[in-house]
Ligand binder design. Structure first.
Ligand code: NAD
Ligand code: UDP
Length: 323
């Protein structure tokens, strides 16, 4: 296991923390599973910009090659089509494990044998494989878990100490329970095999490159990948809530969307989907205190960025720039 830091010049007499002054970071070898997806591809952009060697592992189940196409041909970028349910042999320093079919739309409309069992397998067997990889090569492993582990919460706002209120037999339980199991495995490998692990519980995130039919409510702009990197490179295992504590009702949100897209758009009221949590709000005290992270993009600023991206993808560039 190679060191992440290379001494280039000594400028200080003493170093605070683990990285002494005067040590410059060398490019790390980082694998991002699910790196062709929405959150993953933004994370890849940040890691590439930092000068790391990035390997994206994705089976393109919900992700798209186009999300990372701008890195093709760069010497520090590699894309591997691979299903994490199958074992994988690589030599890396860090593993960001994001692979998971996440959008609820897929859960509602796909038959058991495809998405449901597949998502559970990805979360359980896929996570086990990536933990096995981390153990073998001594890499640090970060799991992107979800606010769904809190289920329909009885505690509000939700702190990381809350164990959740998940329906084990609901239509989306395979996702919630799959992620809960992934968290369990992560902590088991940490305790039992001394793997360095990090757990982020991401709250609903929106932004450019999101699946157009994602189906989740928008609350947290994708700029929060910064939080994932701080967590990975910091000293704390977690879990950490990464989300926006700004609270609004669905009607308030619909009105902001209306203002952003078209003031004449009609708001329709429909029945809620089964098992949808009634309200949720992250307590992000822990992320603020220990990662020095908090969301910076308010809905009114973030939403137009996503809308513009959607317009481009639906109508093409010329329309998007004229609207
Ligand atoms: P996404 O669907 O855009 O990305 C997931 C990626 O994983 C896709 O590129 C998909 O092709 C890939 N993938 C799925 N199964 C795979 C497998 N078996 N092997 C290899 N690749 C596989 O979803 P996202 O919104 O970017 O979510 C990324 C991660 O963040 C997920 O783990 C998700 O659970 C978590 N998360 C996201 C949100 C959110 O609001 N976006 C909220 C909470 C948690
Ligand atoms: N694994 C992997 N890549 C590796 C090392 C392990 O995909 O580089 C997989 C391995 O196939 C196994 C899982 O990770 O299914 C757990 O591995 P571990 O060594 O922890 O368990 P064991 O193989 O001893 O049961």
């Amino acid at each position: 296991h190679r060191s992440a830091f290379e001494e280039v010049r000594f400028v200080g007499s003493s170093g605070a923390g683990k990285v002494p002054l005067g040590l410059k970071r060398k490019g790390l070898r980082i694998v991002v599973t699910g790196g062709a997806g929405f959150v993953g591809s933004h994370l890849v952009d940040r890691l590439m910009a930092r000068g790391d060697n990035v390997i994206v592992v994705d089976n393109f189940f919900t992700g798209r090659k186009e999300n990372v196409a701008h890195h093709f041909g760069k010497p520090n970028f590699e894309l591997i089509r691979h299903d994490v349910v199958e074992p994988l042999l690589l030599e890396v320093d860090q593993i960001y494990h994001l692979a998971c079919p996440a959008s609820p739309v897929h859960y509602k409309f796909n038959p058991v044998k495809t998405i449901i069992s597949f998502s559970f397998l990805t979360n359980v067997v896929g996570t086990l494989n990536m933990l096995g990889l981390a153990k073998r090569v001594g890499a640090r492993f970060l799991l992107t878990s979800t606010s769904e582990v809190y289920g329909d919460p009885l505690q509000h706002p939700q702190a990381e100490t809350y164990w959740g209120n998940v329906n084990p037999i609901g239509v989306r339980s395979c996702y919630d329970e799959g992620k809960r199991t992934a968290e369990t495995l992560t902590m088991d490998y940490h305790r039992g095999a001394k793997v360095e692990v990090r757990i982020a519980r991401i709250f609903n995130t929106y932004g450019p490159r999101m699946c157009i039919d994602d189906g989740r409510v928008v609350s947290n702009f994708v700029a929060q990948v910064e939080g994932l990197m701080r967590l990975m490179d910091g000293e704390h295992v977690g879990p950490f809530n990464l989300g926006n504590p700004g609270e609004f009702t669905m009607l308030e949100l619909a009105k902001v969307v209306q203002e952003t897209i078209d003031p004449n758009a009609r708001i329709e009221f429909k029945d809620n989907t089964p098992d949808d949590p009634h309200k949720r709000k992250p307590d992000i005290t822990k992320a603020k205190d220990l990662l020095n992270w908090e969301p910076t993009v308010p809905l009114r600023k973030g939403l137009p960025l996503m809308v513009n991206d959607f317009r481009k993808r639906i109508f093409g560039d010329h329309i998007a720039t004229t609207t």
